[in-house]
Design a protein around this ligand. Structure first.
Ligand code: CMX
Length: 388
């Protein structure tokens, strides 16, 4: 007999349910609570909204916020890692423009790994973090055929500035775009250990594939409509609503429900209140675009949808989730095409998944690392015999 605590009794009913709720490990970077949502290294997300993405990346990798000197040193370290290896742009040039940006992102990350891998988990994870802004900007440029006069990558600038400069869109307010993208990154960097993309990335890395292969795989997992692509669907949904009039919005929401379609941007698997990441984005929207038509629509949705959804007692949380507002803000600052939105989610998650991979590969179990993932499957129809 040991004194080990039983965390969960696994029964036959748990089989073929996607491992939902089955304990598999511990996570050092983040956890989610029903009342305050995601916490990074113990800090509730609402306390972190105004930090720079670099400081939050430092937090996820080091488990503490940097002081001013550490922050400056970390930014300099990322700059020293930022230059893309030769060969990556050549790969982007060959990709079909009809391909989804998430497929471009996955291939771009693979290409980065094929052109330069150190085989040190931490170095590879930080190199990838540092190279993401340029890769992201180039994905937009090559996929849209805007390949002439791409600005040189000024690696002394912040991660977000490097993306905005590479993208170099005409007639946009670059400072506003930087603020929206920075906030987006901070809010989306991590979300516990068991979400599909993080789990996939850690699972690939457990076989000692490279950080690049693991995170490219994580991006493929994120690209599905039930996972990261919900943020693309959410702005498409807002554009479909088309009016911020309360009665019109209510009619629209009721019609979506009667047609059996989800009301995007509402509901959550863990939270029981409005996601603080949604609240933070509404606050940002009030500052930068209170008169934007899409912003007005999501404000009306925020008022109307929880009331309508509450009529269905099965829905545990009828409140706004993180995806309600991000699309409207990105759209407002000039990032108009929702097809790209999941790539921002992916870009943000590179830090969280990268930090979790480093923890599992080199820090956990007193430095031995977590072994190769190997959950158990039973022959169909013979579960009990094999359990006995
Ligand atoms: N619109 C319509 N139906 C909804 C709903 C919504 N916004 N939220 C929940 N429901 C339904 C569920 O589909 C489920 O129906 P069934 O019993 O027929 O399967 C029932 O209400 C109970 O769901 P739940 O226990 O409250 O929530 P789940 O954990 O099953 O689902 C989520 C959570 C997010 C998938 C769901 O709320 C949803 O589909 N929302 C709309 C899509 C969306 O905004 N996705 C982005 C999620 C962002 C995030 O996770 O952070």
């Amino acid at each position: 007999m040991t004194n080990e605590k039983v965390l969960c009794e696994v029964t036959e009913n748990h089989l073929n349910t996607g491992l939902r709720g089955i304990p598999v490990g511990t996570c050092r970077t983040s956890f989610v609570t029903p009342s305050e949502g995601v916490h990074y290294c113990g800090y509730p997300i609402r306390e972190l909204v105004d930090f720079s993405p670099e400081d939050i990346i430092y937090l996820l990798f080091n488990k503490e916020l940097p002081n001013l000197e550490q922050s400056a040193q970390f930014k300099a370290d990322l700059s020293s890692r930022a230059t893309l290896p030769n060969g990556v742009e050549e790969v982007l040039k060959t990709l079909p423009k009809t391909g989804h940006p998430m497929d471009w992102l996955s291939i771009g990350i693979h290409a980065l790994g094929m052109c330069d891998t150190t085989e040190n988990w931490l170095d590879d994870a930080l190199n990838l973090v540092a190279r993401m802004p340029r890769l992201m900007g180039l994905i937009f440029r090559y996929r849209e055929g805007r390949t002439s006069d791409i600005p040189v990558d000024d690696v002394s600038k912040s991660l977000v500035e490097r993306f905005v400069e590479t993208l170099d869109l005409a007639n946009v307010d670059k400072a506003k775009m930087s603020k929206v993208v920075s906030t987006y990154l901070v809010l989306h960097m991590d979300h516990g250990g068991g979400n599909l993309s993080t789990f996939t990335g850690k699972s690939i890395a457990s076989g000692k594939a490279t950080v690049y292969s693991a995170i490219a795989g994580a991006m493929n997992a994120l690209s599905g409509p039930l996972h990261g692509r919900a943020n693309q669907s959410c702005l498409e949904f807002v554009l479909k609503v088309g009016s911020s009039d309360e009665a019109e919005v209510e009619r629209f929401v009721r019609n979506e429900l009667s047609e059996g379609r989800p009301v995007f941007g509402f509901g959550h698997a863990v939270l029981s209140v409005e996601d603080p990441r949604a609240t933070a984005q509404f606050e940002l929207g009030e500052k930068i675009c209170p008169e934007d038509e899409n912003f007005k629509i999501i404000k009306t949705l925020r008022k109307v949808a929880p009331r309508v959804l509450s009529e269905n007692k099965k829905i545990r949380n009828p409140n706004a989730n993180v995806d309600i507002a991000s699309g409207a803000l990105l759209h407002h600052v000039g990032l108009k095409d929702p097809t790209y939105y999941t790539t921002f989610f992916g870009w943000a998650r590179v830090a969280g998944i990268g930090a979790q991979i480093v923890d599992e590969r080199v820090n956990m179990r007193s430095g031995k690392g977590v072994p190769i993932y190997r959950p158990k499957y039973f022959p169909e129809g013979q579960q009990l015999r094999h359990i006995e």
